[in-house]
Design a binder for this molecule. Structure first.
Ligand SMILES: [Zn+2]
Length: 534
């Protein structure tokens, strides 16, 4: 399978084209009835079949053995057009600069009769990027089209096409291809290619294709390469770097805490990551199922997860988790009915919020959390069997007995904690750049300046939370928001070193030896060259 799937399986006839039935029906009817317009414009996002359709039309117009509007694929015209070697089909990509220069000249040749074919066909991809002079050249032909000339234009951005051009084209909007159609096509292709696959792997890939069959097939190429010749859900997941459960937990936390603003921000972030909302909703349902199970049978989870799940189940009881699960699954079912997946997804989460009783967002529930946590910690200990667990458990105990216990009630206490206890890595950078906000009901709140937002990753935050728990409070929850973050340890350190440098500079200026150098030899102090030696 050396040829990329998208190229190898590019549809060659109207019948093979999937997902654009409305356009195909209109076009084939026009071809059968011989009412062929002189200019078409296909709009739609990438990879939905615009140029594929244009080539099929070019073949259908020049084919000598049409089969119900479908090109035969065997005559000279069909074969040459498929190979891109048919002189009367001129295919241009307005997005590539190399072609723009001669575009105008080419368009001016439109008046000449076709050399071999019946029609001279101009296929112009990303037509909105044509230069003004090229548009004018095209417009001349569009206004008084010779019988033998056809234009098939394609664009992802029809709004940038001049209205004079738009008004002379028959416009078709190609839709994003539905997930099940992409999945079905993948299934068919893999079947014919003799590649093993599992259905959940394909489902995931088709969701990630985001309506583009071409993108879907190149993902499929990748999946086959990474999966050692087969498509299997776990390797697909790791390939896509699919939405980590921690992200889904963060979503659920915001829902339970009824933090709508932050929720919307996180949803934007998910969109930016390119994750499929349908998939995230599935993961949400899966998480809720796990939480439900956890509240009845909290065994068989690793320590980090126990902690995270406890945070969640202490704030939403079993009954509500059931309800949220139901909202998630019904929401998934109704997602195709929403104007966009994002809108549908946001509504599902807001519905979850609306159905949660208000007490879950009050401080009452937060104060409930502490006893639950305290009960859970000793409960963990007997379960600890591995030696690594014992070592990990001992650390916080030692520090509690030892001195070093630090209060965290103010920003300056926070800074001393960071400088004394957070020694390395990204957690240190995160801590040094965070400003203390508040510490109530077992939640330590920090703010982080927007320019350090990249530090706000779960693994760094969790690391920092572990350190805080070791020294301050086992049940402490760390919450970091992007905000002011101006009064941080790092800023202090920078101010300190600036002060030190200023002092050093003053000392140097007053130094008798330096003074004499300046006076006797006309020297100057180059301020940027002064370094403190600390
Ligand atoms: Zn043919």
């Amino acid at each position: 399978m050396s040829l990329a799937l998208a190229r190898k399986w590019r549809p060659k006839t109207f019948t093979e084209l999937v997902g654009q039935d409305h356009v195909v029906t209109a076009l084939t009817n026009a071809l059968i009835q011989g009412r062929v317009h002189h200019a078409w414009l296909f709009t739609g996002t990438r990879g939905v079949g615009k140029t594929t359709l244009a080539r099929i039309i070019a073949k259908a117009l020049n084919c000598s053995a049409l089969n119900n509007a479908d090109p035969c694929g065997k005559c000279d015209s069909c074969l040459l057009i498929d190979e891109g070697r048919f002189v009367d089909v001129i295919e241009l990509d307005a997005a590539s600069n190399t072609q723009v220069d001669n575009m105008r000249d080419l368009l001016e040749t439109a008046t000449y009769r076709p050399t071999v074919g019946e029609f001279k066909i101009f296929i112009i991809d990303e037509v909105h990027m044509l230069s003004r002079s090229a548009f004018n050249a095209m417009l001349k032909t569009l206004e008084e089209p010779p019988e033998h000339v056809k234009f098939v234009l394609a664009t992802t951005d029809p709004q940038k096409v001049p209205i004079t051009v738009l008004s002379r084209c028959l416009q078709f909007n190609l839709k994003p291809i539905p997930v099940p159609v992409i999945e079905e096509q993948m299934k068919k292709i893999l079947g014919e290619e003799g590649v093993d696959f599992d259905l959940s792997g394909l489902e995931l890939l088709s969701q990630y294709a985001k309506g583009s069959l071409r993108d879907g097939l190149s993902l499929l190429d990748q999946a086959i390469a990474q999966g050692d010749g087969k498509v299997e859900v776990n390797s697909v997941k790791s390939m896509l770097g699919v939405v980590d459960e921690s992200l889904v937990r963060a979503l659920l936390e915001l829902v339970i805490d009824k933090k709508a603003n932050e929720l919307v921000q996180l949803i934007d972030e998910i969109e930016r990551l390119g994750a499929s909302f349908a998939f995230v909703l599935d993961e949400m349902a899966t998480l809720l199922q796990k939480l439900s199970l956890f509240s009845f049978a909290p065994q068989g989870l690793n320590e980090d997860l126990i902690d995270a799940y406890q945070q969640l189940t202490s704030r939403a009881d079993a009954e509500h988790i059931q309800l949220l699960y139901q909202i998630a699954t019904i929401g998934k079912r109704d997602l195709p009915l929403a104007p966009t997946d994002k809108v549908g997804f946001t509504m599902v989460l807001l519905r979850m919020m609306a159905f949660l009783p208000s007490r879950h967002s009050s401080s009452e529930s937060k104060s409930l959390k502490t006893p639950v946590k305290e009960k859970s910690v000793p409960a963990d200990s007997p379960k600890a069997t591995g030696s690594s667990k014992v070592v990990r458990k001992r650390k916080p105990d030692d520090s509690e007995k030892g001195p070093g216990k630090i209060d965290l009630k103010t920003n300056s206490e926070w800074k001393s904690f960071v400088s004394a206890k957070v020694s390395s890595g990204m957690a240190k950078m995160l801590a040094e750049n965070s400003e203390f906000q508040d510490y109530i009901n077992g939640t330590l709140k920090l703010s982080l300046a927007p320019e350090h937002k990249h530090l706000l990753e779960d693994r760094y935050r969790n690391k920092l939370q572990d350190l805080i728990r070791q020294y301050v409070d086992k049940a402490c929850r760390l919450e970091i928001k992007v905000g002011a973050g101006g009064d941080t340890l790092l800023v202090d350190q920078m101010v300190d070193s600036k002060k030190q440098l200023d002092q050093t500079t003053r000392d140097l200026e007053n130094d008798p030896f330096v003074k004499s150098l300046k006076e006797d030899l006309g020297g100057t102090l180059v301020s940027g060259s002064i370094r403190t030696t600390k």
